[in-house]
Design a protein around this ligand. Structure first.
Ligand code: GLY
Ligand code: MN
Ligand code: MN
Length: 422
């Protein structure tokens, strides 16, 4: 049985349908308003997963009565062939879809990508990666390695964030990635305090033209994509100077926290617990530095630790960098301050891929907020936190394959230097 056959079998089993016709669309090109161009196309991951191809306007159908899958693909017109290279014809011409449906009268037609239950049925299958998917995920990690190796060798004082992005992404592409898995984050100095420091709503170019200064913390969160599968890696490093005691302390705190969390990525482990333990480790480090005061359990429950570590420990990875299936059935996002940004809340199982990405940040929007300063007056040393303005942040992220044995670190070949080019 091919991977595609077994994926389809698992999905059909999750659905448990008897009579419906299910439609799974690959998605269409999205026009950029006011131009004759389109946004770069990526197939809907549900379609890519079940068809192993990705062309716009293709459709996969499932006839539950016959337990039969069919693929429908577009055909280029002769005009289109003048302007664009044709892609290989896929399945039955999509123009025949209506006729195919009409030949199955009185059946309920369901769109899987928009039907919550059907979408979840595919999502639950996508959580557990097969060998073909693991091959792509491992290859994607190798493209990331090429980019990060370039950074370690070349990023130096005076270079701009933008120059680093361009040099690094060129290596992703040279190593075979057709595109990055998401917008690269290259954040130097104070910019590292923004969790997702990339091109925003305005027209500001990010990564920016800010030049690296000696002693800056440089946070890079980036990765290549192979076969649609993402690699998601973060390294934080001091550039061109001896790390200060605080940089050294916080970097090792995050590195140790990550090491402990990775070791706990085993079947049966409750992700939320691993996350909360990471918050306790980071919070305890902040107590040692004098930034937090009090009992670690109450500091986590009150949200004081979340001022410095506001995000979740990680998320599932696959055809989407934040992949489907994060929340186990019947679980809802929590309003607990240390849990509200958790992208995953489930018991880990063999075959899952999860990022493990603890971090610590000095975020002005949180630390200068008068309401926070009032609420946490007894728990946070805001004066000391103010001295950390401009520090930015530290995050270390790897992609972990949960197995019956030791966790496999897909990105383990990517070095983790505390300092570069000094
Ligand atoms: N690169 C986005 C993330 O780490 O979640
Ligand atoms: Mn991530
Ligand atoms: Mn990341």
């Amino acid at each position: 049985m091919t991977s595609i056959d077994s994926r389809r079998e698992r999905v059909a089993k999750n659905w448990g349908l008897t009579d419906e016709i299910v439609i799974i669309r690959s998605g269409s090109l999205v026009p950029i308003d006011g131009t004759d161009m389109h946004y770069p196309y990526q197939p809907h991951p549900n379609f890519a997963y079940l068809a192993a191809v990705g062309v716009p306007d293709a459709v996969l159908t499932y006839d539950a009565q016959q337990n039969h899958w069919e693929t429908f693909g577009p055909r280029a017109t002769s005009d289109e062939l003048v302007w664009e290279q044709s892609s290989q014809d896929l399945g039955i011409p999509v123009a025949e879809l209506e006729k195919w449906i009409a030949s199955r009268p009185n059946r309920k037609i369901c769109e899987a990508n928009t039907d919550l239950r059907l979408n979840q049925g595919i999502g639950e299958a996508r959580i557990y990666k097969d060998e073909d998917e693991l091959d792509d995920l491992r290859s994607a990690a190798l493209t990331s390695r090429a980019g990060f190796d370039w950074v370690f060798a070349n990023a130096s004082v005076g270079m701009t964030e933008r120059e680093i992005q361009v040099g690094m992404e060129a290596e992703f592409f040279k190593a075979g990635a057709p595109r990055t898995a998401y917008q690269s984050i290259v954040a130097s100095g104070p910019n590292g305090a923004f969790l997702h420091f990339f091109y925003g709503q305005d027209d500001t170019l990010r990564p920016t033209s800010r030049s690296l200064e000696a002693g800056d913390m440089l946070l890079i969160d980036a990765g290549g994509q192979i076969g649609g599968y993402a690699s998601d890696v973060t390294r934080s490093m001091v550039v061109g100077a001896k790390p200060t005691d605080t940089q050294d302390f916080l970097w090792h705190l995050i590195q140790r926290t990550q090491e402990v969390a990775i070791d706990r990525c085993r079947p049966g482990a409750e992700w939320r617990e691993i996350h909360l333990e990471s918050a306790k480790m980071i919070g305890s480090g902040l107590i040692e530095l004098g930034l937090l005061k009090g009992d670690i359990d109450s500091l986590v429950s009150s949200g004081a630790v979340a001022l410095f570590y506001p995000h979740g420990l990680g998320h599932l990875i696959g055809l989407a960098v934040h992949d489907s299936g994060g929340y186990q059935k019947s679980r809802e996002p929590s309003s607990h301050p240390q849990l509200r940004y958790l992208r995953t809340d489930r018991v880990l199982g063999k075959g899952m891929i999860t990022s493990v990405e603890p971090g610590v940040y000095f975020i002005e929007a949180l630390l200068q907020d008068p309401e926070n300063q009032h609420t946490f007056a007894n728990e946070v040393n805001f004066e000391l936190a103010d001295d950390m303005k401009g520090f930015g942040g530290i995050r270390i992220e790897d992609d972990i394959h949960v197995t019956d044995n030791e966790p496999e670190i897909l990105s383990s070949a990517i070095a983790k230097p505390l300092v570069i080019n000094w």
